[in-house]
Design a protein around this ligand. Structure first.
Ligand code: NAI
Length: 327
């Protein structure tokens, strides 16, 4: 049986892999893949990695020196992989789609919680505080949602927003043909939206797409949602706009410096990231730790497709879900 090093394992990952795996000897490791931890893949031809593993050129060199030939990402995004460096050295595969519904639904959950202050009401009523002061929200019906990125997740979120009776405008450099989506230039999204939701990948063009300048273009009272990647937002600029009231609220499932923190329990530690500490302290910020994907359906699909990717690799078949470096 081929041995596979499975990095950054959590109990919810193991559940479906253990149920479905019949072919491999999976070595579950509870730490992330980094240049220092790569040595744990000794004796494996393939490793399974996740969104916050550091798959830099140093990690790739370490893996190659051990004879590892495949990095199987059990996620869709691959911005944490130095693909240019990996080219011709090691194959990289991913799970392109697991549940776009999970992420889109979580985005709406963030918006509803923020707007109707469910997080505050939950704590109040548990303490028999039945006051409504400070819990006023606004109707979503009739408001304008600006969607940046109309791929799998963005399109489902658009349908959800339309179900709430919202007007939807969208920006994507590759608009979907024959759709009923109203595409507008990016500056119109900033200027006209009551709610802005990010559903684009992290690239050179999209890094800090929400920054001091774009925030200045926005309506006062805008709500910002990010379930894509943390570095789409300049967190310092967002924090400033939350403090001065320009941004009414932010629902964040990702954070630009999440790699060192997310998925772990630091509740007994003094967290050193002051921007993060300030953001989570604000009553109008809801932060979840990259959990938008976390549904039974998505976890099952991640395990199925990763095992399929491994099977294709070890059978010498063409890799359907290979990630190829493009200039
Ligand atoms: P997708 O590839 O189906 O869609 C991405 C869309 O963004 C495409 O239509 C593309 O044309 C567009 N795009 C590319 N460059 C753009 C730009 N400069 N401005 C605006 N749009 C641009 O991807 P999918 O499946 O919808 O995922 C979107 C993002 O969600 C992923 O890139 C990933 O970062 C994130 N994600 C987050 C998860 C979570 O648990 N929080 C789970 C899965 C994905």
């Amino acid at each position: 049986m081929e041995k596979i090093a499975f990095f950054d394992t959590k109990p919810y990952d193991k559940l479906w892999f253990d149920k479905l795996n019949t072919e491999y000897n999976i070595k579950y490791l509870d730490y992330k893949l980094t240049p220092d931890s790569a040595a744990a893949a000794k004796g494996c031809k393939a490793v399974v990695a996740f969104v916050n593993d550091t798959i830099s050129r140093e990690t790739i060199d370490e893996l190659c020196a051990l004879g590892v030939k495949l990095i199987a990402l059990r996620c869709a995004g691959y911005n944490n992989v130095d693909l240019k460096y990996a080219k011709d050295k090691i194959d990289v595969v991913r799970v392109p789609v697991y549940s776009p519904y999970a992420v889109a639904e979580h985005t709406m959950a963030l918006l509803l919680t923020l707007n109707r202050k469910i997080h505050k009401a939950f704590i109040r009523t548990r303490d028999f505080n039945f006051s409504l002061n400070g819990l006023t929200g606004f109707d979503l019906h009739g408001k304008t949602a600006g969607i940046i990125g109309t791929g799998q997740i963005g399109r489902i979120f658009i349908d959800i927003c339309k179900g709430f009776g919202m007007n939807v405008i969208a920006y994507d450099p590759y608009p979907m043909e024959n759709s009923n989506i109203e595409y507008v230039p990016l500056n119109k999204i900033f200027e006209e939206s009551d709610i802005i939701s990010l559903h684009c990948p992290l690239t050179k063009e999209t890094r800090y797409i929400i920054n001091e300048r774009s925030l200045a273009q926005m309506k006062s009272g805008v709500v910002i949602l990010n379930t894509s990647r943390g570095q789409l937002i300049d967190s310092d600029a967002l924090l400033q706009s939350l403090k001065d009231g320009k941004v009414r609220g932010a629902g964040l499932d990702v954070y630009e410096e999440e790699t060192a923190l997310f998925f772990e329990d630091y509740s007994s530690t003094i967290v050193q990231d002051d921007v993060l500490a300030r953001l989570v302290s604000l009553p109008n910020v809801i932060m979840t730790s990259h959990q938008a994907f976390l549904t039974d359906e998505a976890l099952q699909k991640i395990a199925e497709v990763t095992l399929f990717n491994l099977h294709q690799f070890f059978s010498g078949e063409a890799l359907k879900n290979e990630v190829v470096y493009k200039k």
